[in-house]
Design a protein around this ligand. Structure first.
Ligand code: DOR
Ligand code: ZN
Length: 336
């Protein structure tokens, strides 16, 4: 049986820079219509010049592919309304990282003092620029996301007109917060729909499944599956596909990130065909995002998948993907 997905969108993607960018960008741009591009480079993207120059490097890397990189800035509480007005047409969202919480986030926010954040967040509300947040405290690793829910609530209450996207949610607490605040939305990754902490560290340590936020308990994954598979209108697919060279993952001091870009459509199709419907897959992978992000235009593309085994390559360049060497049930037949 063939399944067609219209205009797949990846609302949370790491493309990196230089050789890695050239290697991984085409793996998204061939099958996706667009993606929200994360700004956690070294140094992070904080100026208009850096943002435009990065967008051009991405365009060069994807060649002729019909794909829009939706650009983001690395959040700073010092951005003024004038600055944001001057850059508004170039960007789609601003990404906030708590300081030091994940890869290249050292320059992020500490303390979450609402008055310190107010000028920038009010300007973003007025200009209708969505705020994407990596929601983790620096508490105990399994509790970081649940502890951050009170910060989401504080932001959602203080800035009711701001579109706030809880990135890569992994817990039932975040799922519950979604329905309490009109302006809270979420992305969910492929890997958090598929694995729990047991898959990472229950047997021999699996560095290629180590990421931030860390995968949680079965009941958390169940909560994520419930909203994703039902096509809940406030959740959308964001892979958080985060390539690191094999030696940075298979080492003492393993880098956080799971690389899923080239297998995401195949695995999501299998998951939805087994537990849901093609309509809900379409909602999760494109339609919801187009309603939540009112400021994007989406290139036309249709991806036809069929029930035919696809063996995941062991590596893409120096990067080991999730399910490396394993046989998936669905493969991409055609991209129109
Ligand atoms: O596991 C992760 N890797 N989580 C993030 O939030 C960032 C990402 C990366 O950039 O490698
Ligand atoms: Zn990320």
């Amino acid at each position: 049986m063939a399944i067609t997905i219209d205009a797949p969108l990846d609302m949370h993607l790491h493309l990196r820079d230089k050789e890695m960018l050239k290697r991984v960008a085409p793996l998204s741009s061939d099958s996706f219509s667009g993606a929200i591009i994360m700004p956690n480079l070294v140094p992070p993207i904080t100026t208009k010049e850096e943002l435009i120059s990065y967008k051009n490097r991405i365009k060069e890397a994807i060649g002729e592919d019909n794909f829009t990189p939706y650009m983001t800035l690395f959040f700073k509480p010092t951005y003024t309304k004038e600055f944001l007005e001057s850059i508004k047409d170039e960007l789609t969202a601003i990404k906030l990282y708590p300081a030091g919480i994940t890869t290249n986030s050292e320059g992020g926010v500490s303390g979450f003092n609402v008055e310190e954040l107010r000028p920038t967040l009010e300007a973003m509300s007025e200009l209708e620029i969505p705020l994407c947040i990596h929601g983790e405290t620096n508490g105990f690793v399994m509790d970081r996301e649940a502890q951050f829910v009170s910060i989401y609530e504080m932001l959602a209450t203080n800035f009711p007109k701001l579109t706030i996207i809880m990135e890569h949610i992994t817990t039932k607490e975040s799922v519950e917060a979604l329905d309490r605040f009109e302006n809270l939305y979420a992305t969910i990754t492929l890997h958090h729909l598929m694995i729990t902490l047991d898959d990472v560290a229950g047997g021999m340590l699996q560095p290629h499944l180590f990421c931030k936020p860390i995968a949680k308990r079965p009941e958390d994954r169940d909560a994520l599956r419930r909203v994703a598979l039902s096509g809940h209108p406030k959740v959308m697919f964001g892979s958080d596909s985060a390539p690191h060279p094999q030696d940075a993952k298979e080492s003492c001091g393993c880098a956080a990130g799971v690389f899923t870009a080239p297998i995401a459509l195949q695995v999501l199709t299998q998951l939805f065909m087994e537990h849901s419907t093609p309509e809900n897959l379409q909602a999760f992978i494109s339609d919801n995002a187009q309603k939540i992000y009112k400021n994007i235009t989406v290139p036309r593309k249709s991806v036809v998948l069929e029930e035919k085994p696809f063996t995941v390559p062991d590596k893409y360049g120096t990067v080991v993907p999730m399910y490396a060497g394993e046989k998936l049930k669905y493969s991409i037949r055609e991209i129109k």
